[in-house]
Write a protein that binds this ligand. Structure first.
Ligand SMILES: [Zn+2]
Ligand SMILES: [Zn+2]
Length: 353
């Protein structure tokens, strides 16, 4: 049987290709994809940043329904028709980092997707396809009343949950979120759930206002005030307890370090472009006990927690969803996704709600 998939074949080039529909193998299920979000990584491939990736079938923020199970899969545990979010990035389970409880740092992560079945020479994550095979370890159940267009936020939310788990904002602490993109907005919501006072630093007024809707207590426009001075003022000179930097700008990374206080935690959430070094004083680290670290990808735990948050309707995603496009309009979906004024855009493959 054949299926359609969306393939990036060159900078700004999208093709809909017909490939053999995959068969679920040992411990795998076949998921019919309802929709899949276009994430930053796929946008960068589309824009031409990683030419070695072509031809590339992306998609790692997908949700759908189980339609077939492979050998050794318990039918009652993975019922046909169940609504699921999928974790496409797989971890080997056996390398140094996997065995230290950090599968998100797996040595072989980027060489494996859960489907692990490149389609006829097309490198794949597999989410931008009508069907995807996933190891059962990458299956997370969604409640029936969670729409597919919310379920596809499981992966980005899981990345942010991982960041929160590392930054550990505690009751009553001052948290700064730098950057009002999707990831910034999810950080704001989760920091509020953790009982913090949240300060959002973001130059765009619309985004600042949205952060307020999500519960941000104090808004800073870094083009009008020095954000480091402002945070110090707000926190009685101490500096913030936790700073989450969700921007890719090196100068902002420096600000993040400069605005944290003693015992504080700085989380470099976003990858940096360009990756220019920043200054951190060893003496300041010595005397402040501050921690400067980062997070990447979701962990197994954070993916589970993310799906729980979605299933219990504790996190709002609708305002972070710009809209979706049918597979035939995949190119338009990508063009819309790379516009700076849009939040998440998805490609629809089937109406499965
Ligand atoms: Zn993503
Ligand atoms: Zn590993």
């Amino acid at each position: 049987m054949k299926m359609r998939c969306v393939v990036t074949t060159g900078p700004k080039k999208i093709e809909i290709r017909e490939v053999e529909r995959p068969k679920p193998g040992y411990n795998q299920v076949l998921v019919q994809v309802g929709a899949c979000n276009i994430c930053t990584w796929e946008q960068r491939v589309y824009a031409g940043e990683y030419p070695y990736m072509y031809p590339f079938n992306g998609g790692h923020e997908a949700a759908g329904r189980i339609v077939e199970i492979g050998e050794n899969v318990i039918p009652e545990a993975y019922p046909i028709g169940a609504k699921v979010a999928v974790k496409t990035f797989d971890a080997c389970g056996c390398c140094y980092y996997c065995r230290h409880g950090a599968p998100n740092l797996c040595t072989h992560k980027l060489r494996r997707s859960a489907s692990n079945t490149p389609y006829e020479g097309i490198k794949n994550l597999g989410g931008f396809s009508e069907y995807i095979c996933i190891d059962i370890a990458g299956i997370y159940f969604l409640k029936e009343d969670v729409p597919i267009h919310r379920g596809i936020f499981a992966e980005p939310l899981a990345c942010v949950v991982n960041s929160i788990n590392v930054g550990k904002p505690e009751l009553g602490e001052d948290v700064v979120v730098i950057g009002g993109g999707i990831m910034g907005m999810l950080h704001v919501q989760l920091a509020k759930l953790r009982g913090c006072r949240v300060i959002m630093s973001e130059p765009d007024e619309k985004r600042r206002n949205l952060a307020k809707e999500f519960g941000a207590d104090i808004l800073i426009n870094p083009l009008e005030v020095d954000p480091v001075e402002e945070v110090k003022k707000i926190t009685d000179g101490r500096g913030a307890d936790v700073v989450f930097n969700t921007t890719a700008i090196p100068a902002v990374g420096q600000q993040a370090v400069n605005m944290v206080g003693k015992l504080g935690r700085v989380i470099m959430y976003s990858s940096q472009h360009p990756d220019a070094p920043i200054q951190v004083s060893p003496n300041w680290l010595h005397s402040s006990q501050a921690v400067v670290t980062g997070t990447v990808s979701p962990s197994v735990l954070s993916f589970e927690q993310s799906v729980n948050l979605l299933n219990k309707n504790l996190v709002e995603t609708d305002k972070l969803f710009y809209g979706s496009f049918p597979i035939e309009k995949a190119q338009e979906a990508f063009e819309t996704a790379i516009r700076p004024d849009t939040y998440r855009c998805a490609i629809d493959f089937a109406d499965l709600d």
